[in-house]
Design a protein around this ligand. Structure first.
Ligand code: MG
Length: 169
């Protein structure tokens, strides 16, 4: 496999683990604030991000690329407002979308069709991640600024359950 493509794939493991770490920190923040539904939503999000990391790891192993685990920095986990993690996670998802797009472009350049096929799932997944986070921000803007609305939104977010990724390698 092309060197640039394999390096970027390897770096993506770190970005996905960092995403899990970031969302776990946000879950911890909401737990601390007594918003268990928001905490649950971010906890599920963190688990999904770990799945993404494992998918990149498995893909590399399946293609004979040596996996090198890079350092994970400590994420921000102290926020000033309940909607701050929501906005920051949308920003972060856009960063991840760009990162996956960057790998896609590198794979296209060397006509690495197998990697492109692998990345297609993530391209679609990133669209969903941005939509889900964007929807949550909209809901917060509508209902999150009074106590009753916030309580109900928190109850609703308790219902989110973890599902394993639809991509199996
Ligand atoms: Mg991800």
């Amino acid at each position: 496999m092309d060197n640039k493509v394999s390096t970027l794939l390897n770096e993506q493991i770190q970005k996905e683990v960092y995403s899990a770490y970031l969302y776990l920190g946000m879950a911890n923040y909401y737990e601390d604030e007594g918003l268990e539904g928001f905490a649950n939503w971010f906890y599920v999000q963190a688990k999904e991000e770990m799945d993404h990391a494992m998918l990149f790891r498995t893909y590399q192993i399946n293609n004979g690329i040596k996996v090198k685990l890079l350092a994970i920095e400590s994420p921000e986990d102290d926020f000033k407002a309940f909607d701050e993690p929501l906005r920051k996670s949308l920003e972060h998802e856009k960063f991840v979308t760009a990162s996956i797009g960057n790998i896609y472009a590198a794979a296209m350049e060397v006509q690495d069709y197998r990697t492109l096929e692998f990345l297609n799932w993530f391209i679609k997944e990133q669209g969903e991640e941005e939509k889900n986070t964007g929807d949550l921000i909209k809901k917060f803007e509508l209902f999150g600024h009074d106590a009753k609305g916030l309580y109900q939104l928190d109850q609703e977010l308790k219902a989110r359950i973890y599902a394993a990724p639809s991509l199996v390698l």
